[in-house]
Design a protein around this ligand. Structure first.
Ligand code: SF4
Length: 732
């Protein structure tokens, strides 16, 4: 900053003289009529010495100082009449004007004074022509002046503006019909100061005009300075202004009004010079925004490149945001985020990047805002939707508006999830189960959200489900003991025994995951959270189908599903099993069913008996064999008679045993088969019926054959019991 003091400034000779006289006479009991000069500092100093300022003539027998620009003549007369000693400090140049006016007024000249009609100097001058002067204060007064008759003398206020004075003279001369005498009584002290500031103001950035705000010449200096410079400061003292406002100017001009003491000017120059040195630097430093690492401050975008954004922080150094630290992420072009001149909030990462730039981040600012947001959500117990980013040890990481969150494996789902990687990229609605802003920790649970949904659905489902309802569901998963089916957001279980009317080895034999099934609600236990479902209940019972479609004597097809010593079980098309007793396999003797049949073999059989009460079916292949084949068979019963006599008592004894009956029943049930049991009596009856039906001309031989068959069945029964015991042990 350059400080330039005007060539001419401060006290003029008249003021300097007046101030000196005043201070020389200053003491208690001394009065000053009006301010000695238009400068409060000087007036204050005199008051400190005991000089009182008055604006009337009431004082008597005192010393009264008359200011440099004079007073009305009658004031002097009154003060003198009251025996006051007049300390006349009127400037000799003003005294000279008094004489001109007084002299020409007495000669009959018109007196014209160019100056401020309210200024004490003009009032004083006018008093020397009995207050008859025409006073031209401004252009308005000039416009009103149409003509002047008679000889005229024109004088000026000593502190008048030269330009205005000359303009006024030209007009007066033009409208005057007589002689016009012009006395340019403008004090050159004033004009020199005006010219000096006119030149100085054209080469500086700012002008400081020092002087009293009531001082006419000081105000005129400021007005002239403003013609060339827009930054003009009229102040009484340099202490009246914050000098920091000058830091933006390179050149500053200083001048002072004619009534401004030298010490005021020296003080101003000294302050500005110091300001220009250390104080200026300190002021500049103080003007910089104070920023610290970790703060969020506001800056203005200076310029943007593809890799960074430069920011003016109002700090001594500019800030720089690298692409990685931009709020939009490194993949976003910085040009798309901000524009030059935009105000943005930035986070101070480091005070210096090595090149003198402050390292900034808008990403951090965005993160901080998100942290605040998450904290509020956490406090309000609100859920957040996140995107799964990756699988880590113990769970998943997820992103929420740029923040990292953790989902423990146990909170990913309601059910155990072996493979968590399948969730990567998915969006989860989650509950915030742990939050620590300071430690930057967010822990989420999707499981809690899902569980809540399930609970709500369960409530709804349980309120609607009634035992016996037939509903649709979707098979979710299979276990060894059954199938779980989604029935509207809640899983119910179809036990393996409820899947089919027939025995099922594994649920997958009947249903598969994803399959839509119609099930019947068997039981609803809300307390234990269990819904028992049945699939087979939605289908007709095989036995009912069978009895509707098949009658005794019908020939049907079936498949051998099991072979035992006493016979073969054949599954018919309707899904029920019938017993093909060993004696009914062929007309010829069959030792074991395996000798004639094999599991899986399709056979054609005749229904020889249907026991509806016990749901048992007796079958026969023998009944389908041509009669002539029986001739060979007829010979056999006779040879076997002794065996029948031997076996009969034993069979009766064993059949009567309750255990044996139960045993026979239990094996059938354990096999899960609906078959007609190997009831010997029924078989015998069946055989008898068969014989009766097929050979009406029955004879004793045939009857003996039947008896022989009975003996064989009794024998087979004994073997069957033994075999069944063995089978049961095997099953268990
Ligand atoms: S400005 Fe001129 S006339 Fe006024 S007091 Fe100073 S020297 Fe005298």
């Amino acid at each position: 900053m350059e400080i330039i003091v005007a060539d001419k400034y401060g006290f003029c000779g008249g003021v300097k003289r007046a101030v000196k006289m005043a201070f020389d006479n200053a003491s208690i009991g001394v009065y000053s009529y009006g301010d000695i000069v238009h400068n409060e500092i000087v007036v204050s100093d005199l008051e400190n010495l005991g000089v009182k300022t008055i604006d009337d003539t009431d004082v008597e027998n005192s010393k009264v100082i008359i200011r440099s620009h004079g007073v009305h003549k009658k004031i002097l007369d009154e003060l003198s009449e009251k025996n006051n000693e007049i300390i006349n400090c009127v400037c000799p140049k003003v005294e000279k004007i008094y004489n001109i006016v007084d002299n020409f007024y007495k000669k009959g000249y018109n007196i014209v004074i160019i100056g401020n009609k309210n200024h004490p100097e003009v009032i004083g001058i006018n008093s020397y022509c009995d207050d008859n002067a025409k006073i031209i204060s401004d252009m308005e007064d000039l416009d009103k002046l149409k003509s002047i008759d008679g000889k005229t003398v024109v004088v000026s206020q000593t502190t008048n503006n030269v330009d205005f004075f000359e303009k006024a003279i030209n007009i007066i001369k033009n409208i005057s019909k007589d002689e016009v005498l012009v006395y340019n009584t403008i004090c050159d002290a004033t004009s020199k100061r005006q010219e000096s500031i006119r030149q100085l103001s054209s080469v500086v950035d700012a002008v400081i005009v020092l002087g009293g705000t009531k001082s006419s010449n000081t105000k005129k200096l400021a007005e002239i300075a403003k013609i060339n410079c827009e930054n003009v400061f009229l102040i009484q003292s340099i202490n009246d202004i914050d000098i920091n406002i000058f830091k933006k100017f390179n050149k500053i001009g200083i001048t002072a009004g004619a009534s401004t003491p030298d010490k005021v000017i020296k003080e101003a120059v000294c302050r500005m010079e110091n300001f220009d040195k250390g104080e200026m630097m300190e002021a500049i430093d103080n003007s910089f925004k104070r920023i610290r690492k970790g703060e969020v401050v506001t800056g203005e975008v200076l310029y943007i490149t593809d890799s960074e954004v430069m920011v003016n922080l109002g700090y001594r150094s500019d800030g720089i945001i690298s692409r990685d630290e931009l709020a939009g992420g490194p993949d976003v072009n910085p040009q798309d985020l901000y524009e030059q001149g935009q105000e943005i909030d930035v986070y101070v990462l480091r005070m210096d990047d090595g090149d003198g730039n402050v390292v900034l981040s808008t990403k951090r600012v965005a993160d901080m805002k998100v942290w605040d947001e998450v904290e509020e959500l956490y406090n309000n117990k609100e859920n957040i939707t996140v995107t799964v980013k990756s699988q880590v040890k113990g769970g998943l990481t997820a992103d929420y508006n740029g923040l990292n969150a953790f989902i423990p494996a146990s909170h990913v789902s309601i059910r155990f999830q072996k493979d968590l990687s399948k969730f990567i990229g998915e969006e989860f609605e989650t509950e915030i189960i742990d939050f620590d802003k300071r430690k930057k920790r967010i822990v989420l649970s999707r499981k809690n959200v899902l569980q809540k949904e399930v609970d709500e659905k369960r409530e709804e489902v349980y309120s609607k489900l009634q035992e016996g309802d037939v509903i649709e569901g979707t098979v979710q998963r299979l276990t060894n003991f059954g199938a779980f089916v989604d029935v509207g957001g809640v899983d119910g279980l179809i036990h393996i025994s409820e899947l089919s009317w027939n025995r099922v080895k594994h649920p997958s034999d009947v249903v598969s995951p994803g399959e839509t099934v119609k099930v019947q609600v068997l039981n609803v236990d809300k307390d234990k959270n269990r819904i028992a479902l049945g699939l087979k209940q939605t289908t007709e019972k095989p036995w009912d189908v069978f009895t509707n479609e098949v009658s005794v004597g019908d020939v049907v097809k079936g498949k051998v599903v099991n072979l035992l010593d006493f016979g073969a079980f054949v599954r018919l098309e309707q899904g029920v099993d019938g017993l093909l007793h060993v004696s009914q396999i062929s007309r010829e003797h069959v030792e074991k069913p395996q000798d004639k049949l094999s599991v899986g073999e399709e056979v054609t059989v005749k229904v020889t008996d249907i026991d509806e009460e016990n749901q048992k079916i007796s079958l026969s292949m023998k009944a389908l064999i041509e009669p002539e084949e029986k001739e060979e068979v007829k010979q056999q019963p006779k040879e076997r008679k002794p065996r029948r006599e031997r076996k009969a008592p034993k069979r009766e004894k064993r059949v009567e045993e309750p255990k044996q009956d139960e045993f026979n029943m239990t094996i059938g049930e354990m096999l899960g088969l609906n078959f007609a049991d190997a009831n010997l009596d029924s078989d015998i009856i069946a055989d008898e019926k068969e014989i009766s039906k097929n050979d009406e001309a029955s004879n004793e031989e045939v009857k003996e054959e039947v008896v022989e068959d009975v003996n064989e069945k009794e024998e087979a029964t004994e073997e069957t019991v033994e075999v069944e015991e063995s089978e049961e042990n095997t099953e268990e």
